[in-house]
Write a protein that binds this ligand. Structure first.
Ligand code: ADP
Ligand code: GLC
Length: 468
C-alpha cells in the first residue's frame, strides 16, 4: 500500500509545532510495517535542511492560478535519510519561503501547494492508494481530486484527513475561488461553510475518513469546534480518534545528543539533578528549589495568557520557594509582561524564541512541566516530559486527558479542570508537596519514564483505517 502524507511541516526539515513531529515520525514507523510504503510531500522552504542534503528534480511543470502561470518543481531528497521518501514542492514566489506560516498571501500559498502536488501526481501517472492530508492547509485535496477535471486520473484515490488543530480552518472569501483549479461549479457546496470557503470543513465533508489526534479531542469537537460542531456530528460515522505517538528514537534520554547529561531509568535521578544544576546556573535559578517549566507557543489555546499571573503568584505565594522557566514566543503582550517579570523575580527565567536544543534540556531537567491548555488536540510536550522523567501538570482536556492520569487515581501526573490561575496554583501546590517527599518523587520519575508512547500502536491504527 502506498501512502502520500501531505503536510506543510515535517521534522527536522521545517517545524513550527507538533504537526512537524508527527509527520516526521508517523511515516517512518508506518514503513516498518510489512507492505507499507509511506512518503511525505511538503512545500520547499529555505531551511538549513535543504542546504545540508542533496535533491533530485523529479518534476518540472506549470500550473495556472487565476491569470498567473506558476512554475512547479518537485524535488526528492536523494538518500531517504528520514526513513521515508521526502518530496518538496517548489513554486518560485510562493513555495520557496523561509517559514511555513505568517505571510499575507498564505491562501495563495496553500492553494498552490495543493494544486502543485495534484498536478505532479497526475502528470507523472502516480496514483497512490491513500492521500493522507494534514490540517486545513491540505484540506481541499479530497474535494479537488473528485471535482476538478484536471485531476480526473486521481478520482477514487482514498483520502484521510487528520485534524491536528481545529482552531485554524483556513477560511477565505469566495473571491478566491478563481484561484483554485477549475472545479465542477455544481459542487461548490462541498467547500462552503457559512458563506466562506472553509478548507477544514471541506476536508471533513469530502475525505473518506477523518481523524483527530486523540479520542478526547474528537468528543470535544462535537460541542466546541469554532462553528463546525454540527458538521462533525453529521459526519461522525467516518470520524476516528487516534492518539499521536512520540519518536522514541529522537526522544531518547539515553542517546539524545542535545542533552548534557544523558540518562536511563537507573541513573535518572542523579543525572537529571546534574542537568538541572547546569541549566539553573546558566539562567540564574536556584537548583535546590523545585523547577517548573513551560514550553510552547504563546497562544490562548495553550493558556499562555495565564503565564504572567502564574509566575508572580506562584513565586509570591511560595515565598520564592520555586523556580519557573518559560521557553516560547508568540503574543507580544504576553512576551512583554514576562520580560518585565524576568527583571522583577530572580526565580524566574525566560527564553524567547524557538530553541530545539534548549527544549530537550528543559524536558530533562525540570521537575514539573506546566500545560494549562484551553484546547489541546493531543499535545506532545507532556509525553516528551514524561519520557524524560518530568512530571506533567496538565489541564484535563483533549489529548492531555487521554495521556496524563492524576496521581490520585494511580497515575504519575497532576490534572486540573479549569484553565484559570487559581486552579494552576492549586495544582502547583500539590506538586510542591510531592517534591518534598523524595521517595514519591523518585517513583514518579521512574513511572513517567516507563510509559509507552511509542508510535507503533498508532501507526498500525492508521493502517487499519486505510484498509477499512
Ligand atoms: P503545538 O503543535 O500545538 O504547538 P504540541 O505539544 O503538539 O503543540 O507540539 C509542540 C512541539 O513544539 C513540541 O515538540 C515542543 O517541544 C516544540 N516547541 C514548542 N515551542 C518551542 C520552543 N519555543 N522551542 C523549542 N521547541 C518548542
Ligand atoms: C497541533 C495541536 C497539538 C498536537 C499537534 C500534533 O499542533 O495543537 O495538540 O499535539 O498538532 O498532532
Amino acid at each position: 500500500m502506498i501512502i502520500y502524507h501531505l503536510s506543510t511541516e515535517c521534522y527536522p526539515v521545517a517545524k513550527v509545532g507538533g504537526l512537524a513531529d508527527v509527520v516526521g515520525a508517523l511515516p517512518k514507523y508506518q514503513n516498518k510495517i510489512k507492505d507499507i510504503e509511506a512518503k511525505v510531500v511538503m512545500p520547499w522552504y529555505n531551511k538549513s535542511f535543504i542546504y545540508d542534503h542533496e535533491f533530485d528534480i523529479v518534476f518540472d511543470g506549470f500550473i495556472h492560478q487565476g491569470g498567473n502561470m506558476l512554475q512547479v518543481q518537485v524535488l526528492k531528497e536523494k538518500s531517504d535519510v528520514l526513513g521515508f521518501e521526502l518530496y518538496m514542492v517548489k513554486i518560485p514566489g510562493l513555495l520557496d519561503r523561509d517559514n511555513p506560516y505568517g505571510y499575507q498571501d498564505e491562501n495563495f500559498q496553500f492553494i498552490a501547494f495543493q494544486h502543485g502536488v495534484l498536478h505532479w501526481l497526475t502528470a507523472m501517472n502516480i496514483r497512490p492508494d491513500v492521500l493522507h492530508c494534514h490540517d486545513y492547509h491540505t484540506g481541499l485535496v479530497p474535494f479537488m481530486i473528485e471535482n476538478c477535471a484536471e485531476f480526473s486520473f486521481l478520482k477514487g484515490v482514498k483520502t484521510v484527513g487528520t485534524i491536528h488543530n481545529g482552531e485554524y480552518q483556513g477560511m477565505m472569501s469566495w473571491e478566491m475561488a478563481k484561484y483554485l483549479p477549475s472545479f465542477d461549479p455544481y459542487k461548490w457546496g462541498l467547500m462552503d461553510w457559512n458563506g466562506l470557503i472553509n478548507p477544514l470543513a471541506s476536508m471533513i465533508k469530502c475525505a473518506n475518513a477523518f481523524t483527530t489526534v486523540s479520542q478526547g479531542y474528537l468528543e470535544e469537537l462535537f460541542v466546541s469546534f469554532r462553528g463546525l460542531e454540527s458538521l462533525v456530528r453529521d459526519e461522525f460515522s467516518k470520524a476516528y480518534g487516534i492518539i499521536n505517538g512520540i519518536d522514541t528514537e529522537v526522544w531518547n534520554p539515553e542517546t539524545d545528543p542535545m542533552l548534557d547529561f544523558n540518562f536511563n531509568s537507573e541513573n535518572a535521578v542523579e543525572q537529571k539533578r546534574k542537568g538541572k544544576e547546569k541549566l539553573c546556573k546558566e539562567y540564574g535559578l536556584k537548583p535546590e528549589l523545585p523547577f517548573f517549566a513551560f514550553i510552547g507557543r504563546f497562544a490562548t489555546e495553550k493558556g499562555a495568557d495565564l503565564l504572567p499571573d502564574i509566575v508572580w503568584r506562584s513565586i509570591k505565594q511560595s515565598y520564592g520557594g520555586l523556580n519557573i522557566m518559560i521557553l516560547g514566543s508568540g503574543n507580544t503582550y504576553i512576551e512583554n509582561k514576562l520580560k518585565e517579570y524576568e527583571y522583577t523575580y530572580t526565580n524566574f527565567a525566560l527564553d524567547l524564541g524557538y530553541k530545539e536544543h534548549l527544549s530537550h534540556k528543559i524536558y530533562a531537567s525540570a521537575d514539573f512541566l506546566l500545560m494549562p491548555s484551553r484546547v489541546e488536540p493531543c499535545g506532545l510536550n507532556q509525553m516528551y516530559s514524561m519520557r524524560y522523567g518530568t512530571v506533567p501538570i496538565v489541564r484535563y482536556t483533549g489529548g492531555l486527558r487521554d495521556t496524563v492520569e492524576d496521581i490520585s487515581t494511580g497515575g504519575a501526573g497532576i490534572n486540573f479542570t479549569y484553565p484559570g490561575v487559581d486552579d494552576v496554583i492549586h495544582a502547583m501546590n500539590r506538586a510542591l508537596m510531592l517534591y518534598n517527599q523524595k521517595d514519591v518523587m523518585e517513583n514518579l520519575i521512574h513511572a513517567n519514564m516507563n510509559f509507552d508512547f511509542a508510535w507503533e500502536k498508532s501507526a498500525e491504527k492508521y493502517i487499519a483505517l486505510y484498509n477499512h
